[in-house]
Ligand binder design. Structure first.
Ligand code: NDP
Length: 340
């Protein structure tokens, strides 16, 4: 392993966008470590991906307690990279983690109790080898724990120095509004929300984006490429052996129906007519939303990171191109949730 010397020009071309009404700026493209950073994955590839991202000005790396597999191992991987490569660069990085999904056995390894959030974050910090994370999220709403308890835990976590900012993920608009009000009252404003958003999944256009705008909360959107469906990955014959769908855990081959692939082919034609790959148009499409602070991509190889970064600098989609995309999505009927 050679010593890492980051690219001196790393801040020259990346756009940094303000996260809601906070002082925090995030890169237009952020990198998520959900896949390809687990204990089952190659550390040298993980290292290449993180180095490539940082060299491109991607200052934000996103994790959760359960990313792996096995759960927790993505944080261990980043911990190793922080130790070897990035130690001197900690103050240039925004590292986030989350708790809210199943992490451990028993009643204290899941959901949203104060007990779980504190113990989970302490475990995350140990795996990462860090004193604090920049953003700590509650990963999903908990229907059984009082919202007041979960939000008070987030506030206490910030006051304890374990996190600088807090965020919410997968909360619906009304839940977000209520949580934001509690956090504001406690004195720890919610700075960021992390929902899913891509051309095939547009629910956030039906209220959440408006709520975030009103509340002054930033928005970082996950799975902008629908886990690789909105790329040319599956346009050839068969499922590539090295693809996410071939692993079959979160994207299953049966989700790639002929109907869905017909839609993807039609979107690919729109992308080609504007001289871009479909992956690039998918990134540009998400970034067209003024309410989106950052697009949170995943990558299995460096070229995918470079493609997304180039897309973030590409010409904005013109009105006629947006209309073409809407027409393609509308032609797919209930496959494409309505905009509005
Ligand atoms: P994407 O939609 O960006 O999918 C990434 C995958 O698409 C890659 O791993 C790769 O898969 C494929 N891909 C990427 N670029 C290209 C390209 N140019 N050409 C062809 N294929 C490409 O995002 P993810 O679903 O990975 O989610 C991103 C991040 O969002 C996660 O890492 C995590 O941090 C966060 N997240 C948060 C959730 C939450 O509940 N808060 C839930 C899910 C994700 P392949 O292996 O096939 O190469």
């Amino acid at each position: 392993m050679s010593a890492y010397l980051p690219d001196a020009a790393r801040y020259d071309a990346m756009a940094y966008r303000r996260c809601g009404r906070s002082g925090l700026k995030l890169p237009a493209v952020s990198l998520g470590l959900w896949h390809n950073f687990g204990g089952i994955d190659r550390l040298d590839n993980a290292r290449r991906l993180v180095r490539c991202a940082f060299d491109q000005g991607i200052t934000h790396l996103d994790l959760a307690n359960n990313y792996g597999p096995p759960p927790g191992s993505a944080e261990e991987t980043l911990g190793a990279l922080l130790r070897d490569d990035l130690r001197a660069l900690r103050d240039e990085l925004i590292i986030s983690t989350k708790a809210g999904y199943t992490m451990g056995p028993g009643p204290y390894g899941d959901w949203g109790s104060r007990k779980y959030l504190f113990s989970s974050l302490d475990q995350s910090l140990r795996r990462l080898g860090l004193d604090y994370v920049d953003i700590f999220y509650h990963h999903r709403p908990d229907p059984h724990t009082p919202l007041q308890e979960t939000m008070a835990a987030l506030d206490a976590i910030v006051r304890s120095g374990r996190a600088l900012y807090v965020g919410l993920s997968n909360y619906l608009p009304e839940q977000t509004r209520q949580a934001a009000a509690i956090l504001r009252q406690l004195g720890t404003p919610c700075v960021i929300h992390q929902p899913r958003y891509n051309m095939l999944e547009r629910k956030i256009e039906q209220g959440l984006l408006q709520t975030l705008d009103q509340e002054g909360i930033g928005c970082i959107v996950f799975s902008p490429l629908a886990q690789g469906v909105l790329t040319d990955r599956y346009l050839g014959s068969g499922i590539p052996q090295d693809s996410r769908a071939a692993r079959g855990a979160f994207l299953r081959p049966e989700q790639l129906t002929p109907q869905r692939m017909q839609l993807v082919r039609a979107l690919n034609e729109v992308a080609q007519s504007r001289g871009q790959s479909l992956a690039q148009m998918a990134v540009a499409w998400v970034l067209r939303q003024p309410g989106v602070t950052s697009v949170l991509i995943g990558a299995s190889r460096e070229s995918q990171i470079l493609e997304a970064v180039a897309a973030s600098r590409s010409a904005p989609l013109a009105d006629h191109e947006l209309r073409q995309i809407d027409a393609v999505l509308a032609s797919a009927g209930d496959l494409a949730p309505k905009a509005g």
